[in-house]
Design a protein around this ligand. Sequence first.
Ligand code: ZN
Length: 137
Amino acid sequence: MSGRLTVKKSNIYGKGCFALTHFPARKKIALYEGEFIKGSRKIQARIRKQSETAVKIITLDDDHAIDGAVGGNETAFINHSCDPNAFIRIVPGLKVAIFARRDIQPGDEVTVDYRDPDHPEVCRCGATNCRSNRKRS
Ligand SMILES: [Zn+2]
């Protein structure tokens, strides 16, 4: 655990990941840690299993993924937002890192856009440009 992030109750969904310190825009926040999974079948099976609760798997490519549910850090609790303050990047060495998209202040909830095609119909991220708002209008 980094000491720069914490997990607590979120207004978006369940628990969320919150900054304890200032992260300037474009700076790395943390690595997305977890179990490294190899093999597309294994990855798909685990996504299906987790889809009943919360999917904590980030796929690097068809054959490699990281499962934050196993040995993950605070970043496994990052919620989706349609107007996020952070983004996910695959970095050298088949690792995944979270970067600040804009200045993040201590106490801010860290959010990313998972760009999930299965983005829930009802999203509670609260962003003015939320995709579920757009669907309604
Ligand atoms: Zn949304």
